[in-house]
Design a protein around this ligand. Structure first.
Ligand code: RP5
Length: 166
C-alpha cells in the first residue's frame, strides 16, 4: 500500500490546469467568424490554443481575470480581436506581460470598414504596447504568434542565450 502523497490538493489541481500556448480573445460572438482563420493557422502548425469571448466594455472583470492569470497557466502569446471601439487588446496588455497581438475586426456597425478598430488598437499609449495586424488579419496574427513562440529565449546561432527578463 503506497503512502499518501504529501502534496496538498491545491498543488495537484494547479498541475492539471495547464492552458494552451496561445489564448485568443474576441469581444463578441459576432467576431467569431472573422477570427476563425487564426485557429485554423495554429491548428496547421500544431500549436495549442483556446478561444474566449470576453468584452472589455461589457465584462471588464472577466477580461482582467483572464489576462492576469494566462501566463500562470502556461499561455505564452495572446491574440485579441475586436471591432468598433476595440479596447480589448489594450486592456489585455494592461493586465499581462505576455505579448499581445491585436486584430482589428470589421463589424456590421464599423466606421470606414474597420478603421475605428484599427486606430483603437494601434494607438496605444507609451509603455503598453500591442502588436497590430491588418484589419481582419487573423491569420497573420497566428503566424506572428508562431514566430514569437519559435524564439524560445534564443536566436539561431546563439545557443544558450538566456531569455530577457521583463
Ligand atoms: C465590439 O463591438 C466587438 O468586438 C464587436 O466587433 C462589436 C459589436 O459587438 P456586438 O454588438 O455585435 O456584440 O466590442
Amino acid at each position: 500500500m503506497p503512502e499518501e502523497s504529501p502534496l496538498p490538493l491545491t498543488v495537484i489541481e494547479e498541475f492539471e490546469d495547464v492552458g494552451p500556448l496561445v489564448g485568443i480573445l474576441i469581444g463578441s460572438e459576432s467576431d467569431r467568424e472573422a477570427i476563425e482563420p487564426a485557429g485554423v493557422e495554429l491548428d496547421e502548425r500544431g500549436i495549442s490554443w483556446e478561444l474566449k469571448v470576453l468584452s472589455a466594455h461589457r465584462d471588464p472583470r472577466g477580461v482582467a481575470e483572464y489576462a492576469s492569470t494566462a501566463a500562470m497557466h502556461g499561455t505564452r502569446v495572446l491574440i485579441a480581436g475586436a471591432g468598433m471601439a476595440a479596447a480589448l487588446p489594450g486592456v489585455v496588455a494592461a493586465y499581462t506581460d505576455l505579448p499581445v497581438i491585436g486584430v482589428p475586426l470589421t463589424s456590421s456597425k464599423s466606421v470606414m470598414g474597420g478603421l475605428d478598430a484599427l486606430l483603437s488598437i494601434v494607438q496605444m499609449p507609451p509603455g503598453v504596447p500591442v502588436a497590430c495586424v491588418s484589419v481582419n488579419g487573423a491569420r497573420n496574427a497566428a503566424i506572428l504568434a508562431a514566430k514569437i513562440l519559435a524564439q524560445g529565449g534564443g536566436y539561431p546561432g546563439t545557443p544558450g542565450r538566456p531569455s530577457v527578463e521583463l
